[in-house]
Design a protein around this ligand. Structure first.
Ligand code: ADP
Ligand code: MG
Length: 729
């Protein structure tokens, strides 16, 4: 009976898809409705299977294969009860986004019918034909096999009629082809390294967890207008378009109320998200017109990242139902703010201590300073790598522009914390540490208030700001998979904490008491990592010069920035922390360079096409109207009378002529530059050629198109303008 297809449920699922669920206003009740969480596990699994599974999840142990069948059966039953007819391994290829391949639960039953089948084997591992995912040369085409393998630490969920099983994606030879694999490894490396350092302060800490609370920025635009902009459709951003007379100068959008049409979208999105167990909490307008933000309550990094990917695809689906298009591109519109993803990051123990939060006792404050300073050291030493982790063809438009963090990584600490560190640096170790008989340890660290939250002045220009009990990595792109930035940060901090332990242990071995050893290493680190600390205006020109003087990475060419992945330092930290091997790093770079070139190539083609078959024809048609006009004026008026009128028209005609001729020439040059770049074999060199030789031409073409937009008769202009795209009514 169990194995017979439940047509009643199938029908229900179809019905559900046809009529989207509306809000019932009681989010708590529906929270996690579509998630195979512990409560569902308990209901659908035998008590033995439940115990083994949850144990292995909690302790991070590999799952005993013997129980996989039991888990699969329970999971399938639950999914079918939720209306699922299909299942998929859900993974995160290097293209960005997520990938899935749906299979129905059915199998032949050997008697001419079908039964529903979902075994432990299918749950644990699959072999998606993965030859078309980017792999940077790890898999040759004849060895196209890749495996997806279940990640039990992120719960399965049902979307529509499909059971989605979060998985890692690796090659036949075991290299990671995705973001999740190295992220899990980095989280585990950080756990180990941080637990070891925690032992200086606490006896009972067995696990350190890295947390992520992302804030997702995005634009909404009307779907029909979007459809009339081939550049938006094909590249996700406008490749042309003159600034609208009104955009964000009044800052009225940020404080304004949310338009009702948008609110309806948000409400439905939130309801759907809550059902998928995503604890969405905050929504508001952003600075630019049509720009919004959504943020959940923070979660363990791996889960938070899955949830971010899920929300990005959910947004797109829900938007469709409201005749909107979601733009996740970092810079869809020139001249107004772009979108980022602020990654709020912290580390906490299994005993409930936030390691980046000051405590009540001197020893707890020493622990706070220890972890804070180690994070700063990690960010200082690996600032170029961290920049590489957030760099892409699309994010490049945002970074360094006047509203986002600059393309230089630095860290803002706020006045109080900065002063505490400065004080500690200049104090004498013996003054800092005093053993005071009965009172125990006294720490001469300047008073660190327990709650710094909201006391930290908000420096919006800092790419890596300390905000009271966490760091906020603000340079991450809005369309990015957060994993790339998080796995890099976790690895850098893990490696740094290992170094710290070595340094402290060496001093202890020399006979120093533990506390003094810690203080003395911390003091040294404070001096060493000073160049990364910057509390001033990150947008200013002076900062660029100052940062260069300090030896921070100021490179702005994205393909060159990627080199940091394979610098000796990066190879060392990724290798020693067992996160990514040299082969994996090299292949990732290849993929990054390839994606970079392809993105610019597509943009450049779209721009060229639009320029030549939309813009130039429209502009010449308008020009010929003006020419007609001139002839007619001359026919009717005397030379003297006509002079002024003709002169006016002539100026415009000449302007149009000039713009058209530059555009035409640049498009030709751009095609030639692309041809030349495409002939280059090395992906790195090709990406550099695209960066150096094509982007400037694109910018110049855009400049002239935008000028024409201001001249040509509005009724003739075929593309929706910024003023239409940017204001939802
Ligand atoms: P902001 O004022 O920076 O825009 P928001 O409230 O929009 O702040 O978002 C802050 C994000 O930081 C939320 O996702 C929140 O859950 C998360 N967050 C808060 N505390 C921590 C923490 N200790 N570790 C990680 N993330 C945190
Ligand atoms: Mg924030």
């Amino acid at each position: 009976m169990d194995n017979i297809i439940r047509f009643d449920l199938l029908k229900e699922a179809i019905m559900r898809k046809a009529s989207p669920v509306t809000t019932n206003g009681r989010p708590a009740e529906d929270f996690g409705k579509y998630v195979f969480n512990r409560e569902k596990m308990q209901r659908y699994l035998s008590s033995y299977t439940y115990k083994v599974l949850t144990d292995s999840i909690d302790k991070g142990l590999p799952l005993n294969r013997d129980i996989a069948d039991g888990v699969a059966t329970g999971m399938k039953q639950w999914a079918m009860d939720m209306g699922a007819t299909h299942y998929t391994h859900w993974f995160q290829p290097l293209t960005g986004g997520t990938a899935e391949k749906h299979d129905a639960f059915i199998e032949y039953d050997g008697m001419g019918g079908v039964i529903e089948e979902f075994s432990g084997k299918l749950l644990i591992q699959q072999e998606p034909d993965a030859s078309s995912f980017p792999n940077g040369g790890i898999r040759n085409t004849f060895e196209a096999r890749g495996y997806s393998a279940w990640d039990p630490s992120s719960p399965a969920f049902v979307v529509g009629d499909t059971l989605c099983i979060p998985t890692v994606f690796i090659s036949y030879t075991g290299e990671a082809l995705d973001y999740k694999t190295p992220l899990l490894k980095a989280i585990s490396a950080l756990d180990k390294a941080a637990v070891d350092v925690c032992k200086y302060f606490y006896d009972d800490v067995n696990k350190v967890i890295s947390y992520l609370g992302w804030e997702q920025e995005y634009f909404l635009t009307d779907k029909s207008l979007w459809a009339a902009r081939p550049d938006l459709v094909m590249t996700g951003r406008t490749l042309m378009g003159h600034e609208s007379a009104k955009n964000q100068q009044l800052e009225d959008h940020y404080f304004g109320s949310i338009p009702s049409r948008v609110l309806a979208f948000m409400t439905e999105l939130e309801n759907e998200a809550l059902k998928l167990g995503i604890p969405v909490k905050t929504r508001h307008n952003e600075v630019a017109p049509n720009q919004y933000e959504l943020a959940p309550i923070y979660e363990e990094t791996n889960l938070a990242n899955d949830h971010n990917l899920l929300i990005m695809s959910l947004m797109k689906k829900v938007a469709r139902r409201h005749d909107f298009k979601v733009l996740l591109h970092e810079k869809p519109f020139k001249g107004i703010n772009g979108s980022g993803k602020h990654n709020n990051w912290s580390i906490g123990t299994d005993t409930g201590i936030n390691l980046l939060s000051p405590g009540k006792t001197p020893m707890e404050n020493l622990r706070f300073v220890t972890f804070l300073v180690n994070v700063l050291m990690a960010v200082y030493k690996h600032n170029s790598l961290l920049k590489a982790s957030i760099s892409s063809a699309t994010n490049a438009h945002r970074l360094g522009a006047n509203e986002a963090p600059p393309a230089i990584i630095s860290s803002f600490l706020g006045k109080q914390v900065s002063e505490a560190l400065d004080h500690l640096e200049s104090a004498d170790t013996d003054d800092v540490i005093k053993f005071d008989g009965k009172a125990g340890l006294k720490l001469g660290v300047a008073h660190i208030p327990e709650i710094l939250l909201d006391n930290t002045d908000r420096n919006r220009t800092s790419p890596f700001a300390f905000t009271g009990n966490r760091f906020e990595f603000r340079a991450v792109g809005s369309s990015d998979n957060c994993a790339e930035a998080m796995l890099t940060l976790d690895t850098a901090v893990a490696y740094q904490l290992r170094e710290f332990k070595k340094d402290v242990d060496a001093l202890i071995a020399d006979g120093l008491v533990k506390e003094k050893a810690i203080v003395s290493v911390v003091k040294r680190y404070i001096s060493e990592c000073k160049p990364i600390r910057f509390d001033g205006n990150g947008y200013s020109e002076e900062w660029k010069k100052e940062a260069a003087r300090r030896g921070l990475d100021c490179e702005t060419s994205v393909p060159v920035i990627f080199d940091s992945y394979i610098s000796p330092e990066s190879i060392k930290i990724f290798g020693e922390c067992n996160v990514l091997s040299l082969t994996e790093l090299q292949s990732r770079c290849e993929v990054k360079w390839e994606m970079y070139s392809k993105k610019i190539q597509i943009e450049s083609r779209v721009l060229g096409d639009l320029a030549m078959n939309h813009i130039v024809p429209v502009a010449s048609r308008y020009q010929s109207i003006l020419l007609d006009n001139v002839t007619k004026i001359k026919e009717i008026f005397s030379d003297e009378e006509a002079a002024d009128m003709v002169a006016q028209d002539k100026t415009i005609i000449k302007d149009i002529c000039e713009h058209i001729s530059v555009i035409t020439k640049d498009v030709k040059d751009m095609i030639e530059a692309r041809k030349k770049a495409n002939r280059i074999d090395s992906e790195r060199e090709k990406a550099i050629a695209y960066h150096d030789n094509i982007i400037t031409l694109m910018e110049e073409i855009r400049y002239h198109i935008d000028k024409l937009e201001l001249i040509v008769d509005d009724r003739m202009w075929t593309l929706p303008k910024y003023r239409e795209l940017l204001f939802i009514r």
